[in-house]
Design a protein around this ligand. Structure first.
Ligand code: ATP
Ligand code: MG
Length: 238
């Protein structure tokens, strides 16, 4: 039985609209748990609130009701030090890969950034070699490191974002439609890599997608947005 790593406890979120005085609800009283060392799927149609869930966890947008916990700590009450550790432990590969990187940095600098940012990675020797090994694992040539983000394809950027996330050795990896720009065979290789890494490092993986087959293939537990409701479903219900 795995321990609870992340917990959403009856969280509600709505957005204001310039055309209406009332806020538009995205979800209400949503609960969800992510255990250590498990692969979770979050499934739902476009616009149902999947990326919103992730943005709330990362502190990018506020939420009105409920609480989110990371290792039993309320994420709104984290100290600066705890928050920094949280941002190392929880890595995300977001939906839009072009926005994942600083547009005026070559990729080399973006991939070296975690080694500058996170205390436990600062003293690692030869991070360049670790980066090259990680790039190889996602099927990319090191020569791409000399390019700027706009000089790369969407699929290459998605794999670079994944490589950067895995370099940090996260406790939990969120993939928000993170392989949507890859062709079927590369997507299958990447999913195999993620599964192997999850098992060897005891990492939790959360796959956010509207791709039923991908989630069915990859995930041990599945949550779904369906008919304005959110909850856990059995793989057989897919
Ligand atoms: N900043 C915002 N202001 C107002 N409404 C927003 C904002 N961000 C998202 N929304 C709305 O909230 C809803 C959920 O958006 P979200 O991006 O979470 O959907 P999603 O499930 O990730 O969709 P997709 O599969 O297309 O990525 C949508 O109706 C969207 O229009
Ligand atoms: Mg989304």
């Amino acid at each position: 039985m795995s321990q609870i790593l992340i917990k959403y406890d009856r969280v509600s979120k709505s957005f204001g609209s310039p055309y209406r005085s009332r806020k538009i609800p995205v979800f209400h009283d949503l609960s969800l748990t992510i255990g250590t060392n498990e692969r979770i799927g979050i499934l739902g149609p476009s616009g149902c609130g999947k990326s919103t869930l992730l943005r709330m966890l990362l502190g990018l947008i506020p939420f009105e009701g409920g609480k989110i916990f990371f290792r039993q700590q309320d994420i709104k009450k984290m100290t600066k030090v705890e928050r920094k550790q949280f941002h190392q432990d929880v890595q995300v590969v977001l939906q839009d890969p072009l926005n994942a990187f600083n547009p005026v940095w070559r990729m080399q600098r973006s991939l070296l950034e975690p080694f500058v940012l996170f205390p436990s990675l600062k003293n690692l020797l030869q991070p360049e070699n670790l980066i090259k090994t990680q790039l190889n694992a996602v099927g990319l040539e090191p020569a791409l490191l000399n390019r700027y983000p706009h000089q790369l394809s969407g699929g290459q950027l998605q794999r670079l974002a994944l490589a950067r996330a895995l370099l940090v050795d996260p406790v939990c990896l969120f993939l928000d439609e993170a392989t949507s720009m890859l062709d079927v065979s590369i997507q299958a290789q990447i999913m195999q890599l993620i599964k192997e890494r999850q098992k060897s490092k005891n990492m939790s993986v959360v796959i956010i997608s509207h791709d039923r087959e991908l989630i069915k293939h990859m995930c041990q537990r599945i949550y779904a947005f369906k008919d304005e409701k959110f909850g856990e479903i059995k793989p057989s219900e897919l």
